[in-house]
Design a protein around this ligand. Structure first.
Ligand code: ASP
Length: 312
């Protein structure tokens, strides 16, 4: 069995025309750091759950991506983060929604997975994290001027009732990882700040199992990014597992079909998926999707738009 890890840094990419060479290189570097963080775990014979945890933690630390440090703001100027993690052997799952405080929201989700609960939100989730030794960071750790400015621009646009000309990157983003370990066990992890200027209390697809995050050894592990409401209404991640289970479709067929069908309901975005044979698929229907993959050769490959994967 060949272990494999795939990641995404969100379908909210900067348009190719406006991306500077520095920004492009920085995004590739961030993706590769996360790929290596997860790969180290798998290369040492570690499990898929630990690999996706490490990969997502690396992306949450990177202010370029909309999760943890660098998360977007609600319309009330607060950051509210969602995260979820699931493993495919026993279908253990943990999610948090609308939290601010844990340095790595994915570790908050992991603490929930290790408890008797599956999903906690808001104050109760934050108190649970404090009681379970999850590390917190001050509010300043999560702030970036870029996300704050994106909120101000959006609030001004709404006040003027002007057309929405923002790039996907200013609207949303998410990070995620999926892995298959040497034992054929699958895991998926997703973490996000959600959508810029979202309503306080709004929860996206990321922490909803079967929508933005799913793992089942019999079919696949999936992590989604894009317009969360559409992914929830379409049960996108579980839909891929269902197509594989009941129609006998391959991972590639099932995930491509779901991403194509999402277009009809305004579901702009994409996803990453792996199966227990080590196959992977990274389809998207948006301008781009920050994404990468690393197999047992340890070569990190990443891409942003429709170009071929670059390796380094
Ligand atoms: N899916 C995320 C949400 O709706 C946003 C994104 O991935 O771009 O919260």
């Amino acid at each position: 069995m060949t272990a494999i890890l795939a990641i995404h840094g969100g379908a909210g990419t900067i348009g190719r025309e406006t991306m500077t060479a520095e920004m492009e290189a920085a995004h590739h570097a961030g993706l590769r750091r996360a790929l290596h963080a997860g790969h180290v775990v798998l290369a040492k014979g570690g499990n898929a759950l630990d690999a996706v945890t490490q990969a997502v933690m690396a992306l949450e630390d990177d202010p370029l991506f909309n999760a943890g440090r660098g998360a977007v703001y609600t319309s009330a100027g607060r950051q509210e983060m969602d995260a979820a993690i699931m493993e495919g052997q026993a279908r253990e799952a943990g999610a948090v929604a609308g939290i601010l405080g844990p340095r790595h929201p994915i570790l908050a989700a992991r603490a929930v997975l290790e408890s008797e609960h599956v999903m906690l939100q808001g104050r109760g989730a934050e108190d649970f994290c404090r009681d379970h030794g999850v590390e917190f960071a001050p509010a300043a750790h999560f702030h970036t001027d870029r996300r704050w400015d994106a909120l101000q621009t959006e609030l001004a646009r709404r006040a003027a009732a002007a057309a929405d000309l923002r790039s996907d990157a200013d609207r949303h983003g998410t990070v995620g990882a999926v892995a298959c370990d040497a034992d054929g066990n699958l895991a998926a992890a997703t973490s996000t700040g959600g959508m810029t200027a979202k309503l306080p209390g709004r929860i996206g697809d990321c922490p909803i199992f079967g929508a933005g995050t799913w793992a089942d050894n019999a079919t696949c592990a999936v992590s989604c990014t894009g317009h969360g409401e559409s992914f929830i209404r379409y049960a996108a991640a579980h839909e891929i597992a269902s197509r594989m289970r009941y129609l006998g479709e391959s991972l590639e067929q099932a995930s491509a079909t779901v991403v194509r069908e999402l277009v009809d309901i305004g579901g702009n975005g994409g996803l990453i998926a792996v199966d227990a044979k080590g196959n992977f698929a990274l389809p998207f229907n948006s301008t781009g999707m920050y994404r990468g993959v690393i197999g047992s050769d340890g070569v990190a490959r990443s891409a942003i738009w429709g170009e071929a994967m670059l390796s380094a």
